[in-house]
Design a protein. Structure first.
Length: 319
C-alpha cells in the first residue's frame, strides 16, 4: 500500500507546523479519527544487553547483516543505527566510586548491568565499574525533519503517529540524512535508498506489538499508547530517585523540547552524551520560515536595486 504525506489543511502558520507542541500529529497529517499515538519507552536501568531486540528486528524486517567483524568497541559490533541496523544496543563501561550511604541509611539501588562487588576494580579503593546499556532506535519525532524535507513523499506519517519510509518510491536524494537531528536514517550503499525503523508498521496494522518489544526479556523496551508510556516513565523515575538513584532521568519525553517530543523516549542513568545521544536535539526544519523570510527580503532588495539602476538617467547620453 502506498501512502503520501498529506498536506496540512488548517490556517496555522508554517512555523507552528514545523516546531512546538503538537498533540495530534497523525490527525494533522490527514488521517481522519486516528487511533491513539503509540511509541516506545526504553528503560535502560533494566537493559541487560542481550541484543534480542536487534535479532528480532532483523529477522522480522529481513534486514541484511552488518558484517561479522569485531569493532573493537567493547561488545558492540554494530556501533550505531543505520540502513541495516534499526535497533542498536549500546554498551558503555564506566568506573565509579563505591556507593555512599544516603542520610536515611539507604544505599544505591543495584541496577541491571551494574558491576557491583563482582565488577569492582581490585586496584581501587572501594571503587567499581558498571555497564550502561541502552537499545537505541529511531525516535519517530513529533516534528520529523526527515519527513518535511522528503521531495517524493517516500517518508510519511502513519495513522499511529509514527514515521515510515516507503523504499519503493525513495529516489535516493539523501535529503533526509542530514535533516535528522539524531543521525538515525541512512542510505544503503548498494542503491542509495534510505531506510530506518518503521516501528513495525505492518505488525501494528495487524494488532501486534513491534518485534523488538515482543522479544525483550526484561521489558526494557515497552510499547503502547504514548501518553500511558509517559505516565509510566515518570513513575519509574520517581521510584529510582526514592531508591537513591538520583542520576535517573527521562530523555525525549517532553512535548516542549526541540522536536516536539519523541515517539520513542528513554530513561537514562547518565547524561545523554554518554549514550551517544545529542543533549538538546532540535528539528532542523524549524527555522525554514525565517530563512525564507530573509531570502525574500534579500530578493526584494536586489530587485529594488536593479529597478533603481535602470531608472537613473544614462551618463552616455549626457556626454
Amino acid at each position: 500500500m502506498t501512502h503520501a504525506h498529506a498536506p496540512y489543511d488548517d490556517d496555522r502558520p508554517l512555523s507552528r507546523l514545523l516546531s512546538g507542541p503538537e498533540p495530534d500529529p497523525a490527525g494533522d497529517a490527514g488521517h481522519p479519527e486516528p487511533p491513539p499515538r503509540v511509541g516506545f519507552f526504553t528503560d535502560t536501568s533494566v537493559c541487560i544487553g542481550c541484543k534480542a531486540c536487534e535479532v528480532a528486528c532483523k529477522e522480522w524486517n529481513a534486514l541484511p547483516e552488518d558484517g561479522l567483524k569485531l569493532s573493537g568497541m567493547s561488545y558492540d559490533n554494530t556501533q550505531e543505527l543505520g540502513a541495516s541496523t534499526w535497533r542498536h544496543v549500546a554498551f558503555v563501561e564506566q568506573t565509579r566510586p563505591a556507593p555512599v550511604p544516603a542520610p536515611d541509611g539507604r544505599t544505591e539501588l543495584p541496577l541491571a548491568g551494574d558491576g557491583g562487588g563482582s565488577g569492582a576494580d581490585p586496584g581501587g579503593e572501594g571503587g567499581g565499574m558498571r555497564w550502561l546499556m541502552s537499545s537505541d532506535v529511531c525516535k519517530h519525532c513529533t516534528h520529523a525533519a526527515c519527513l518535511d524535507v522528503c521531495p517524493t513523499g517516500s517518508l510519511f506519517r502513519t495513522e499511529f503517529g509514527t514515521v515510515v519510509v516507503q523504499e519503493d518510491i525513495c529516489n535516493g536524494c539523501g535529503y533526509c540524512v542530514p535533516a535528522c537531528p539524531y543521525g538515525v536514517i541512512e542510505q544503503r550503499p548498494s542503491d542509495g535508498r534510505a531506510f530506518k525503523c518503521t516501528l513495525c508498521y505492518d505488525r501494528l496494522g495487524a494488532g501486534q506489538e513491534p518485534a523488538c518489544a515482543k522479544a525483550c526479556p526484561t521489558e526494557s523496551i515497552q510499547f503502547g499508547p504514548l501518553d500511558e508510556l509517559r505516565e509510566r516513565a515518570a513513575l519509574r523515575v520517581d521510584q529510582l530517585h526514592e531508591a537513591g538513584v538520583g542520576e535517573a532521568r527521562l530523555y525525549g519525553h517532553d512535548p516542549e523540547d526541540g522536536v516536539g517530543g519523541d515517539g520513542a523516549f528513554f530513561l537514562l542513568l547518565d547524561e545523554p552524551e554518554v549514550y551517544g545521544l545529542p543533549p538538546d536535539p532540535v528539528v532542523t526544519t524549524r527555522d525554514l520560515p525565517a530563512m525564507w523570510k530573509h531570502a525574500g527580503a534579500a530578493a526584494l532588495a536586489l530587485a529594488g536595486g536593479l529597478a533603481l539602476s535602470f531608472a537613473l538617467p544614462g551618463r552616455r547620453g549626457s556626454r
